[in-house]
Design a protein around this ligand. Structure first.
Ligand SMILES: NC(=O)CC[C@H](N)C(=O)O
Length: 306
């Protein structure tokens, strides 16, 4: 039954891949296959279902922000976090700089937008930025249960070469004291994390752990505490699709995180992790077909948390 639902949902919404556009501000991403569409469902009972281009690799992009955030929460108290970064939703785009100057005592509004995610990396445990980056990469590997996950070097180089907006955000944060470390090394870690290559299976498996209150699906071992899972799901719900989060909460209602690579990781608490991929994006940087597929699935399976 689930298999049929997934196939039918992709078929019914495939035409949405013709809307919007693939990200071009990172030149390497413009080479993506615009009509790709895939889904993977990983239930907390261990059952898996997949359809379409579920096995096509894409870069994780902003979905890595939830993994950095998990590491930050494991390594710091929430009050230490709040001194640097808050958890307030933003009505501006994911790479907006304006709030850093005018609001929130120069702190990034939340860890799901670029400024907040860049600042988060510095708070992760590790003596060097290389160690902090390795810690987050290893967390991605362990939550997805895929030790082979690695960076797509061409996307990484493309991001590094063209990432001037992120550079501007980071240098601004250095000037206000939010960032205290070497900005170029911090950005390097950020660009690498965004360029990590995954499939729908990988992100669905990460989502399944969050859906399972932080416990591994196979062995039930605690990978993330239940308390941290709650925090992460709350911030995904309010900020995970940037300035599109409110509308998404109404239409889908499932804690999720998107990335400009076209992926969306969705967590249906107690039920399943879902990974969707469709590289054509709306103006806010969210996968158009991905959102439509998740909306339809959430309706059919009554997944909204509200
Ligand atoms: N929304 C995103 O996925 C943004 C990530 C992208 N690497 C950037 O920094 O612009």
């Amino acid at each position: 039954m689930m298999q049929n639902i997934l196939e039918k949902t992709l078929e019914d919404h495939r035409y949405w891949t013709k809307e919007g556009a693939v990200a071009t501000y990172i030149p390497e991403l413009s080479k993506q296959k615009i009509d790709a569409l895939g889904i993977y469902v990983h239930e907390v009972n261990g059952e898996v279902y997949k359809a379409g281009d579920w096995n096509m690799p894409f870069t994780i992009q902003s979905i890595s922000k939830i993994i950095s955030f998990i590491c930050v929460l494991q390594d710091n108290s929430i009050d230490t976090l709040y001194k640097k970064i808050t958890v307030a939703p933003s009505s501006d785009g994911f790479n907006s700089i304006v709030n850093l100057e005018t609001k929130n005592e120069h702190r990034p509004l939340n860890p799901m937008i670029n400024s907040g995610a860049i600042a988060c990396i510095e708070l992760v445990r590790g003596n060097t930025l290389e160690e902090k980056y390795e810690r987050i990469l290893n967390m991605i590997r362990s939550l997805s249960n895929n030790p082979y996950i690695k960076v797509n070097e061409s996307v990484y180089l493309s991001e590094k070469e063209t990432g001037d907006r992120n550079r501007a955000l980071a240098y601004f944060m250095k000037s206000t004291g939010t960032i205290e470390t070497n900005v170029e090394e911090l950005l390097d870690a950020y660009f690498r994390l965004c360029s990590i290559e995954v499939t729908c299976e990988d992100i669905a498996s990460i989502a399944a752990v969050l859906a399972n209150d932080g416990k591994g699906i196979i062995d039930g071992r605690e990978l993330i505490s239940k308390k941290i899972c709650k925090t992460v799901k709350a911030v995904m719900t309010t900020c995970g699709l940037y300035d599109g989060s409110g509308e998404y909460a109404v239409s889908v209602g499932v804690p999720s995180k998107s990335g400009v690579g076209g992926g969306i990781l969705a967590v249906s608490p107690g039920k399943m992790g879902i990974g969707v991929f469709g590289p054509s994006l709306d103006a806010k940087g969210n996968s158009i077909a991905g959102v439509k597929v998740l909306e339809s699935l959430a309706n059919k399976l009554d997944l909204s948390i509200f």
